[in-house]
Design a protein around this ligand. Structure first.
Ligand code: PAF
Length: 293
């Protein structure tokens, strides 16, 4: 079923709506987005509906998570298209504030998760995760959700938000949702819209490299061999400027030495003017049952 979606543009009315919904006994799911929705966002919404009785989607291109030389201005936007998709997904309320109503002129309070955001994208995008955790904390205070859904494609973001919720006692269940991919492996991202057809083809090197490493690890290879395999695929690809390819403990995000515990293999690369990220979790092959048992 689908119909007209209620659009709220200011924090106060959104808070009042959430309070009333809670008083009626509703369970609120929140899908935070920066718009230009794709099948990955729709998967978050479907999961939200499975877990709650009402679904809020926030649509806000958050300026504080973009560095001065990043693509805030170029980030794809199409409110009417997003609205159509949200109607089809039966979203209850869209929270789509203007920048000024989220960040007042005297704004000076930040939420920062320190350790988990030091490496990977955090090392290359100073201030990015501080912007993310600050806006997500604000969204939790404004939308008052019982649960919030985040994609595993932005794995470091997901871990930072989980940590923030634990450290600051937010009463929100964080629900991770697996990365959604095109049939050829490309991880869905709003930024894919910025790729030319030739760049889109080049971008496939990211998932191919990660899948090659995962295949090898699944056959019992060492972490080192799996990383070498991914590096070889990326090295042979044209038009891909690798920013990092790193293997870290999937929970702590500290450098991983072996496959004793689940390892996140994460990649970031520039393709044309677009920065893309992707990841897989590598798990050691479970040891074969002992022949003598
Ligand atoms: O993943 C995103 O789209 C954004 O980082 C988020 C979580 C909506 C915060 O702006």
């Amino acid at each position: 079923m689908s119909g007209a979606v209620e659009i709220l543009r200011q924090p106060r009315p959104m808070q009042r709506w959430a309070e009333a919904a809670r008083l009626r006994g509703e369970r609120i799911a929140l899908v935070p987005t920066m718009g230009y929705l794709h099948e990955g966002h729709l998967a978050l919404m479907r999961e939200g509906w499975r877990r709650a009785s009402t679904l809020v989607v926030s649509l806000f291109v958050n300026p504080t998570q973009f560095g001065p030389n990043e693509d805030f201005g170029r980030y794809p936007r199409d409110f009417d298209r997003d609205l159509r998709l949200m109607e089809e997904a039966d979203v209850s309320v869209v929270f789509a504030p203007e920048v000024e109503s989220v960040y007042g002129s005297g704004f000076q309070s930040w939420v920062e998760v320190t350790k988990l955001t030091r490496g990977l994208c955090g090392a290359r995008r100073p201030g990015h995760f501080r912007g993310v955790t600050t806006v997500v904390a604000k969204l939790f205070n404004i939308v008052k959700p019982h649960c919030a859904l985040f994609g595993e494609k932005d794995y470091q973001q997901l871990r930072a938000i989980e940590q923030m919720v634990e450290d600051l006692n937010f009463d929100v269940e964080i629900v991770p949702v697996p990365t959604v991919r095109e049939a050829d492996g490309l991880a869905l991202s709003s930024r894919n819209a910025c790729l030319s057809p030739a760049e889109r083809e080049q971008a496939l090197a990211l998932s191919r490299a990660l899948f090659a490493a995962r295949r090898l690890a699944g056959k019992g290879a060492t972490l080192e061999a799996a990383i070498n395999e991914a590096q070889a695929v990326l090295g042979a690809a044209s038009g891909v400027r690798v920013e990092y390819l790193e293997a870290v403990d999937a929970r702590t995000l500290e450098p991983a030495r072996n496959l004793g515990a689940p390892v996140l293999l994460a990649v970031a690369a520039g393709v044309g003017k677009t920065r893309l990220i992707d990841n897989v979790v590598l798990a050691a092959r479970p040891s074969a049952p002992s022949a003598r048992a």
